[in-house]
Design a binder for this molecule. Sequence first.
Ligand SMILES: *[C@@H]1O[C@H](CO)[C@@H](O)[C@H](O)[C@H]1NC(C)=O
Ligand SMILES: *[C@@H]1O[C@H](CO)[C@@H](O)[C@H](O)[C@H]1NC(C)=O
Ligand SMILES: *[C@@H]1O[C@H](CO)[C@@H](O)[C@H](O)[C@H]1NC(C)=O
Ligand SMILES: *[C@@H]1O[C@H](CO)[C@@H](O)[C@H](O)[C@H]1NC(C)=O
Length: 412
Amino acid sequence: MRRGFKRATIVTFLAFLTWSGGVSLAVNPSDNPILIIPGIMGSQLWARLNRTSVNHPQCSKTSDWYNIWLSLEQLVYPVEECASDNLMFNYNPDTKQYSNVEGVDIQVRDFGGTSSVEFLDPSLHILEPASYFHDIIQHFVSMGYTRGETIRAAPFDWRYAAVGLESNGYYAKLKDLIEEMYTSYNNPVTIIVHSMGGPVSLYFLTQVVSQDWKDTYIKQYITLSAVWAGSVKSARSIISGDNEGIILDRPIWGRESQRTFQTTLWLLPPAGDVWGPNNTIVYAPTGEYSAYDYERLMADVGYTNGPAMYRLIKDKTSEFPAPNVTTYCFYGLGKETPYKLHYDPDNFPNSPPKVTTIDGDGTVPNISLTVCGRWSKQQVHPVTLRSFSPVEHVHMLRNDGVISAIDEVMFN
Ligand SMILES: *[C@@H]1O[C@H](CO)[C@@H](O)[C@H](O)[C@H]1NC(C)=O
Ligand SMILES: *[C@@H]1O[C@H](CO)[C@@H](O)[C@H](O)[C@H]1NC(C)=O
Ligand SMILES: *[C@@H]1O[C@H](CO)[C@@H](O)[C@H](O)[C@H]1NC(C)=O
Ligand SMILES: *[C@@H]1O[C@H](CO)[C@@H](O)[C@H](O)[C@H]1NC(C)=O
């Protein structure tokens, strides 16, 4: 009760100061610098084309740099097929490396700034699906934070899973950025992550940096709807490719493109104690498949490159080592979320499945969202879980209750 009262007072006080304009606030941002790590499809991608051939007469072969993800213009037929084709990866089984399609350059911009994660489409700020971390960032800015200084972001090419990000230098840049923030403000950094930003940051905290480093540079770790142990939507997108997008409630990419992204495989429910061998995820005319059977499933649906690509990341998905930093694990519940897929013999694997659901945030099932709960027994740093219901996966970033809970963590 007392706590609630105090909160209300601070909020009123801040609102008052904001209205009176420009006065310095009760919060000193340098005490609590913030770094944001976005989720899948949560960073803008820019493309430049110089292709010799394209898959549709209306697709351009050449272009200057343009915002390929996300720009609403890019989602209109047939342009969306051009975007989908331009974002495909080529996988080379001999070198085990991914590359862009010949003649396509892809860039992530404004590393350390926030522009890449606030709005996915810089030209259309008002449209809801285009807004991503904007509400949270604007909230902190209204309390005195400065974009690109006391609040920053570490966008990335979300087609790569952690192993791919590591080899293309993302984690080295992330480490430098956190050290630079620490040095500028003389205070450890709060990391706020969403969705696939959960596993991306967990890999950093457990495989890249040392405990001494974390004790020095990280104040706390706030995770929002993190996909700790996969999403059944990912299985659906490699089988029938008719998945609902994680960000937009509609299919975006063709199956052919989805199957080339390293992250589609990384977000499959991993084999292990969350998704055991007896937990059938896919019922199909060709058989039943648990998380232990993906290679057989891929062979049965004609996803030829899948098994080799999957083997590169699978050992990196089944364990959830404790991050060993103070952790707040926030997630949404109260939305029916895909749990099992039932495919008809008719036109398998090209027709959509019937879906059995479980509680979750609409995209990530509760059993995946709550994996962080086990860390309280595995680390000395406190772990706090909190659910918000009903709150959908992306709406976590626009929910007032979630934003006040973040404030409570940051400023109490
Ligand atoms: C585009 O590619 C062609 C070869 O296919 C090359 O000769 C040309 O220099 C490239 N143009 C640019 C602007 O890179
Ligand atoms: C976390 O700390 C425990 C001991 O407190 C240690 O056994 C474990 O290896 C640490 N994990 C990481 C990822 O640093
Ligand atoms: C799976 O089911 C079999 C047969 O019912 C049982 O013997 C086995 O212990 C189960 N495995 C797990 C991990 O629950
Ligand atoms: C997940 O939700 C189901 C209901 O859909 C419930 O039976 C189950 O206990 C929940 N599991 C966890 C770990 O919250």
